[in-house]
Write a protein that binds this ligand. Structure first.
Ligand SMILES: *[C@@H]1O[C@H](CO)[C@@H](O)[C@H](O)[C@H]1NC(C)=O
Ligand SMILES: *[C@@H]1O[C@H](CO)[C@@H](O)[C@H](O)[C@H]1NC(C)=O
Length: 497
């Protein structure tokens, strides 16, 4: 299985937006969740196709403002923002007909202070506000309106044709492909949502700039999403100059790109950010009204899956019932095909070890310089029971699994290191079990042993660390997917203030 780990922290060169164009750019690390969930269109049920969701971990199959506020973390940078943002995910259809998810390098959500006049008031989104943009059934540009103007694909680092296109381009993109969409910004001033989730909103005359229509006279700050995908890894799946990519709803054109937003902001802080975060370079670090989440916190934030189906790795079809529908006719709702239609319990990332008299404690952030558990053993056939057996045989009461094949043992754990989420790496010796993550330990303890109250790990001497294997293999953080820093980004929504 192909595992492209992309940590999306996009440190971008200052763009060439004219400085009159105030905006701030919020980086969001990789997916919070990839699932057939859409609490706007299909509240409380399984959605037809899979979405790549970023933002707060309050995300659920149905959403309220209160649920957003219950989030304990977000994959996005601003602490005051517990909103969720999502789009269909990107897959590749390989030459042999199998499908595979395309690695995602996270998202960047732009907050653009677009006004028609310098005095036009920009409102923050109210509590309970939600909206969507785009049409999942669209497969041609026939009859496309102003909304479609905001949907584009940016091929990064490609040949001279590099630029933005309304469809998934037929040329390779060495630095990735960005799926981009502008959300509507003109509001009817009354409704938090509408039956089609669109008609309470409208686009201004220029899509991301210009006048709001009289039916929708109020103006929000303009949202613009960019989701980055590592298409480069799939260059050998191209056939006769034709790209192999398909959106999760079975659209190989990209014209059905769509996006959703559920507001989860601390509204007074968003209002301050609208008024004060108005530099021309978009650096969120310069918005002093916004406290930022650490990269560790955004990278670790997640919501476990609840639908029992495969969504990553090689698969014979797209998740759900989504045959490829290339158009140009409007797509139809495909008939049922046996895919799950019910929401199950949330996936857990530990193994029941009660048969050995051990229990799961939690996921802990390890420390490369001061390991939480002193005894280390690593082997490429590691499983949870194997590690517990090793620790038991050495007389330890704590066992921790890290980075798929490492087993650590000790007699206590610093409780303040517990609380990490993404101990989601499959064990090297059994892909149905989970063995921590990069610098993260899946911690088990012998039942009945006391969880130490100490706030720091016991100090250990170098000689106490016994390694059974060559010490070279140590946990490392995932490779960062470098974003191509190009002035092309500046060509993103081009508005006039
Ligand atoms: C399709 O090809 C990929 C490698 O490109 C392979 O890993 C996968 O197993 C193949 N699928 C089938 C059904 O042969
Ligand atoms: C890519 O090539 C295929 C096959 O020639 C064609 O159907 C499709 O329209 C092309 N896409 C674009 C964006 O040009």
């Amino acid at each position: 299985m192909k595992t492209t780990v992309l940590a999306g922290v996009f440190a971008l060169a200052a763009s060439s937006f004219p400085t009159a164009q105030a905006f701030f750019r919020m980086p969001c690390s990789g997916p919070l969740l990839r699932e057939r969930a859409d609490p706007i269109v299909n509240p409380g049920t399984v959605s037809s196709h899979l979405h790549n969701i970023v933002g707060g971990n309050g995300f659920d199959f149905s959403m309220t403002y209160q649920k957003t506020q219950a989030a304990s973390c977000s994959t996005c940078k601003a602490k005051a923002d517990k909103s969720n943002y999502w789009i269909p995910d990107l897959y590749v259809k390989a030459k042999n007909g199998s499908y595979h998810n395309v690695g995602n390098g996270g998202a960047t959500i732009y907050y653009l202070q677009r006004r028609d006049s310098p005095t036009e008031e920009l409102l923050p989104f109210p509590a309970g506000f939600r909206m969507l943009a785009g049409d999942p059934m669209r497969r041609s540009l026939d009859g496309a309106g102003i909304e479609q103007k905001g949907i584009s694909f940016a091929c990064l680092g490609g040949n001279t044709k590099e630029g933005q296109t309304p469809t998934i381009p037929n040329y390779t993109c060495p630095y990735g492909l960005r799926l981009q969409i502008v959300m509507p910004s003109c509001w009817d001033g009354k409704n938090l949502d509408s039956p089609d989730h669109k008609s309470h909103m409208a686009y201004p005359s220029g899509n991301d700039n210009g006048k709001c229509p009289s039916t929708h006279p109020k103006r929000f700050i303009t949202l613009f999403y960019e989701f980055l995908y590592d298409v480069k890894s799939w260059d050998n799946e191209w056939v006769n100059g034709k790209h192999p990519f398909v959106l999760s709803n079975g659209d190989p054109t990209g014209l059905s790109m769509h996006a959703d937003f559920v507001n989860g902001w601390d509204i007074p802080i968003l209002k301050k950010a609208i008024d004060q975060c108005n530099s021309g370079n978009g650096n969120i670090e310069e918005c002093t009204v916004l406290e930022l989440n650490s990269d560790q916190a955004t990278n670790d934030c997640m919501v476990p899956n609840s639908i029992k189906e495969q969504t990553e790795g090689w698969m014979s079809k797209l998740p759900g019932c989504n045959p490829i529908q290339p158009g140009p006719g409007k797509a139809i709702t495909p008939p049922p095909c046996g895919a799950p239609t019910s929401i199950g319990t949330k996936q857990v990332f530990y193994t029941d070890m009660s048969s050995k008299g051990w229990e799961y404690v939690g996921c802990a952030f390890d420390d490369l310089n001061n390991r939480l558990l002193p005894y280390r053993y690593a082997k490429n056939d590691m499983t949870v029971p194997k590690c517990i057996d090793i620790c038991t045989s050495k007389g330890y009461t704590y066992a921790g699994l890290e980075y798929a094949e490492e087993c650590f043992c000790g007699n206590s754990i610093a409780t303040n290191k517990l609380g990490a989420m993404k101990c989601t790496m499959k064990c090297a010796g059994d892909a149905s079990q989970f063995c921590g993550g990069p610098v993260k330990l899946s911690v088990y303890k012998k039942s009945g042993s006391i969880v130490a109250k100490t706030s720091s790990a016991p100090s250990i001497t170098k000689t106490a660390i016994t390694s059974k294997v060559k010490p070279s293999k140590t946990s490392k953080v995932p490779t960062t997917f470098k974003l191509y820093t190009t002035s092309k980004r500046a060509a993103a929504p081009t508005g006039k203030a």
